[in-house]
Ligand binder design. Structure first.
Ligand code: ZN
Length: 418
């Protein structure tokens, strides 16, 4: 063996020692990082404006957030110049405000994947990217998910957040009305009205959920717990807390029982505020859906928990719920990292930009009163351990699916007729 070969051998054996050591050091550093995982984070907004993943890790997560989901918003808000939105002074980059519709922007998944593939192994381990750019009401939607896995192996842990029922968004999606294409004699599904585009009973959802179960993909589903009708500029035209979508949600989980789902914000949102029986409804759905979980995300929704208005479940009610379902609750910020274009009260134009690090990190403080009530063991499960268990299992299964399907032809995928 000549000296350069010997040196090489020495270097390699040095690496064999150093790499596991570095991984251990990394694991320790991440462990020390406040033990918080963000299970609900949007790396881009409704105009596909966001931050590079490397910047998200270095600047925003830093040593404060150990690991994070990354899912962009799947829907592009159309900028319709005929509308003259906001006096034509700024483009829309949020769904509330403009009348113009929204459409699924599939290329966003490629943007996320290509950005992710540039990261180091240690950085990759801190992110769980999700596929979002498919129409969940389209029987072909599942093929987009398969193509992303085949084209970008080693990237994705799940699908979503995607929406079925979401106030206003459901009406703004450029898609067929459910009733428009019903065959003769067919009736609308139980959760649909004349103006509905999205329904929990669309067979395409069974296809997508069944595939997620087969491939091991986590599913992050947004579906409001009860119907809300909201106009394009944010005026509430009707709320039906007395008629929750319980049956539709149970239908969805019982037809795809092996799929691991987390239901975003327990079905709450800006307009869908918790009804007095909210936790009873959520419990009923969780009890019927053993592989379903929920996330406590979105600062607005978190404020309903720590500062409930009359008629909403109390902080003690939430604490009791979380203790009972402590292995099935995740925490998330629901931050959209690129802010909205706005005109302020004085008429000044404020263009959206990357959110400040302080604003991003502030969200993790909101639920403090709740954490004090449930105790450190439950807090650790909700903010850390449940995510690790669910997403580590997903990563392993998805990598196995990708390996088994590496040679599948993305130009000619089998179609599902179920
Ligand atoms: Zn979200």
């Amino acid at each position: 063996m000549n000296s350069s070969k010997r040196l090489m051998k020495h270097k390699i054996s040095g690496l064999l020692v150093a790499v596991p050591f570095l991984v251990l050091m990394y694991a320790f550093a991440v462990h020390a990082a406040d033990h918080i995982i963000d299970s609900h984070f949007h790396n881009a907004n409704y105009a596909m404006q966001g931050v590079p993943l490397k910047e998200f890790i270095d600047k925003y997560m830093g040593d404060k957030i150990a690991r994070s989901v990354v899912f962009p918003l799947p829907l592009q808000q159309k900028w319709d110049r005929f509308e003259g939105y906001a006096g034509d002074r700024m483009p829309p980059n949020y769904y509330l405000g403009p009348k113009a519709g929204m459409y699924y922007y599939s290329a966003i998944d490629t943007m996320t994947a290509m950005d992710f593939l540039k990261l180091s192994a240690a950085d990759k381990a801190r992110l769980d990217p999700m596929i979002v750019g498919f129409n969940p009401m389209d029987q072909y939607g599942v093929n987009h998910i398969k193509r992303m896995l085949i084209l970008f192996p080693g990237v994705f842990s799940g699908i979503g957040e995607f929406s079925v029922h979401k106030e206003l968004v459901g009406e703004k999606i450029d898609d067929d009305l459910t009733k428009a294409n019903l065959g003769p004699g067919d009736t609308l599904p139980p959760d649909a009205t004349d103006s509905t585009r999205n329904t929990l009973y669309n067979p395409s959802l069974k296809t997508i959920f069944d595939f997620a179960g087969e491939a091991g993909l986590m599913v992050c589903l947004h579906s409001d717990v009860y119907p809300a009708v909201v106009t394009h500029d944010g005026k509430v035209a009707g709320l039906s807390p007395e008629a929750p979508y319980t049956a539709g949600m149970k239908h969805l989980c019982t037809q795809s029982p092996k799929t691991t789902v987390y239901w975003a914000h327990t079905g709450l949102g800006r307009f869908v505020k918790p009804a007095p029986n909210h936790l009873r409804v959520v419990s009923e759905i969780l009890d019927a859906c053993p592989n379903w979980n929920v996330d406590l995300s979105w600062d607005l929704v978190q404020s309903y928990m720590v500062d409930p208005k009359p008629g909403m479940p109390s902080l003690d009610d939430w604490a009791g719920f979380i203790k009972k379902y402590q292995d099935r609750v995740l925490w998330g910020s629901d931050t959209v990292i690129f802010t909205r274009n706005q005109i302020d009260d004085k008429g000044n134009l404020i263009m959206g930009k990357e959110m400040s690090v302080a604003d991003y990190l502030a969200v993790k403080e909101i639920l403090k009163p709740l954490w004090e009530k449930v105790g450190p063991e439950v807090v650790n499960k909700v903010r850390y351990a449940n995510h690790v268990r669910l997403f580590d299992a997903a990563r392993m299964k998805v990598r196995a699916w990708e390996a088994a399907h590496a040679k599948d032809n993305v130009w000619n995928l089998p179609v599902s007729m179920q």
